[in-house]
Structure formats: structure tokens, C-alpha cells
Ligand binder design. Structure first.
Ligand code: ADP
Ligand code: MG
Length: 263
């Protein structure tokens, strides 16, 4: 075994299967303060290859800051973050190289308005990964197919629905060939009728074995897709476990109080 850092609530067989997988993200004793404001107060979290971990918790609890520390959009105040064995918080880390391995999808889609869908999907491949036009377009088209938007490659972002724009943003992240994907409330800005299409794409990605760390308020997604759910409050992980346990039978009053507000 690897020293027993597995979920305390899973069964023995689950524990062993879980421990056998490669560690994709390892966050240890992570703290982040903005001036006097302590936002992350000692976070320990391990995500293994192929796992889907959903992070839930009230607004302001530090969920976005945690994701941003994982891909170094924020510099941790102390503690370590490892991505696939590389300590990304170390002194000689190539930030661009780290970020290239991590796909991130935000609440706001952040597409380039002056580029077509295909242009949005190829620009970073060409500039950052130095792929040629033809290869970049092949990769882009195969990822557009994955998100069900093949017919939109020539469109500009503006006329697309929010759900379509978010699926383009997911395809853009996938086109960089990331080892893992971070999602920060990817459906929170969408009209309710558009949420399902985006969640369906994420569900398919999970089924394909993508490692995913997902901040979400979509409890049915967490319940059905997550291997583990992490409840954060006030800068700490209060409780974590498999969804049926954490959402279904939370152990702590703080978790129950939060869930009773969102369910
Ligand atoms: P969540 O995503 O759970 O809503 P955040 O991680 O966005 O929480 O924010 C946690 C706290 O950190 C909030 O009080 C927020 O105002 C503060 N915060 C986040 N980013 C910054 C920043 N760049 N500068 C100062 N305070 C910040
Ligand atoms: Mg947030």
C-alpha cells in the first residue's frame, strides 16, 4: 500500500483498488492567504488517475482558490502541490509546462470573440505546442466531435448558446492534451435548460477515464459521476467520502446544514 491515505469511509476492496492507482494530484498542507485573509487553512487532498472528485461548499469557502493553486494561477503561501509526481510548488518549475498538463474550464467561457470556433481550438496548440495548422485542426475537429459541435467549427462564439460556448471551451482545453482537467463551476453561468448538455459532455469525459477535479453545485452530477465528494467550508476540508455517503448520510452537522440548503 502507499501508507493508507485512502478514504476512511470506503470499503477495504475499494481502498485497495483506489490505492493502486497513480496519484494525479497531491495537495499537502496547502495554505493560501491574501494579505491578512487566510483563505486556505491547510488542505490535504489526493486525486488519483482516472478519478472524478467533486468539491462542494458555500461561496467564499476557498474552492476556486484551491483549483487556482493546483494549476498555479495562484501561488500557495505554504504547503505543496504535486501533479503526476512533479512538485509544481518547487523552486525551478516551468509554470507553462505545468499548466500545459492541466486543462481548466471556468464559469465564464473566456473564448476569443474575434476567432472562429476552430480558431479558438487551434491558437494555443499552434503557439504553445508549436503544432502545424493541419495537425492542430485535426485535433480540434476530433475534440469538437467529442463535445457534439462538429457543425459549429466555422461559427464565431457570439451567436452560440452559453452551453455551446462552454462545450467549445471544454474542447479547447482538451485540444491541449491535458493529463487532468479542473472545472470551476462550469455550469453556474448557464440557463437551466443548457446545463444538461455540458454535464453530459463532462460525464462522457469521466467515462473515458479523464482525471477530473470539479467544483460544482450540481448535486445530481456529483452523486452520479464523482468517485469522491469533498465538502469545503471556511478554508478547510470538513468532510469527504463517496457521494452516496457524503451526500446521502453526511456525518457532520456542518455538512448536513450545507446540504440542506442546496438539495
Ligand atoms: P469560492 O470559490 O469557494 O467561492 P474563493 O476561493 O473564490 O471561494 O474565495 C475565497 C475567499 O478568498 C473569498 O473571501 C474571496 O473574497 C477571497 N479571495 C479570492 N481571491 C482573492 C484575491 N485575489 N485577492 C483577495 N481575496 C481573494
Ligand atoms: Mg468559486
Amino acid at each position: 500500500t502507499d501508507g493508507g491515505e485512502t478514504s476512511p469511509v470506503a470499503g477495504d476492496a475499494d481502498d485497495r483498488a483506489h490505492a493502486a492507482r497513480t496519484v494525479a494530484i497531491e495537495v499537502a498542507a496547502l495554505r493560501k492567504s491574501f494579505g491578512e485573509l487566510a483563505v486556505l487553512k491547510g488542505i490535504d487532498l489526493t486525486v488519483r488517475a482516472g478519478e472524478v472528485v467533486c468539491v462542494i461548499g458555500p461561496s467564499g469557502s476557498g474552492k476556486s482558490t484551491l483549483l487556482r493553486c493546483v494549476n498555479l494561477l495562484e501561488e500557495p503561501t505554504s504547503g505543496t502541490v504535486r501533479v503526476a509526481g512533479t512538485e509544481v510548488t518547487g523552486p525551478d518549475v516551468d509554470l507553462d509546462q505545468v499548466r500545459r498538463r492541466i486543462g481548466m474550464v471556468f464559469q465564464a467561457f473566456n473564448l476569443f470573440p474575434h476567432l472562429t470556433v476552430l480558431g479558438n481550438l487551434t491558437i494555443a496548440q499552434r503557439r504553445v505546442l508549436r503544432r502545424g495548422k493541419e495537425e492542430a485542426e485535426d485535433v480540434a475537429r476530433s475534440n469538437l466531435r467529442r463535445v457534439g459541435l462538429t457543425e459549429k467549427e466555422g461559427s464565431y462564439p457570439a451567436p452560440l448558446s452559453g452551453g455551446q460556448q462552454q462545450r467549445v471551451a471544454i474542447a479547447r482545453a482538451l485540444s491541449m492534451g491535458p493529463e487532468l482537467m479542473l472545472f470551476d463551476e462550469p455550469t453556474s453561468a448557464l440557463d437551466p435548460e443548457l446545463v444538461g448538455d455540458v454535464l453530459a459532455v463532462m460525464r462522457r469525459l469521466a467515462d473515458e477515464g479523464m482525471t477530473m477535479l470539479v467544483v460544482t453545485h450540481e448535486m445530481s452530477f456529483a452523486r452520479e459521476v464523482a468517485d469522491r465528494v469533498v465538502f469545503m467550508d471556511d478554508g478547510v476540508i470538513v468532510e469527504e467520502g463517496p457521494p452516496r455517503q457524503l451526500i446521502g448520510e453526511p456525518r457532520l452537522a456542518r455538512t448536513r446544514a450545507f446540504l440542506s440548503r442546496v438539495l
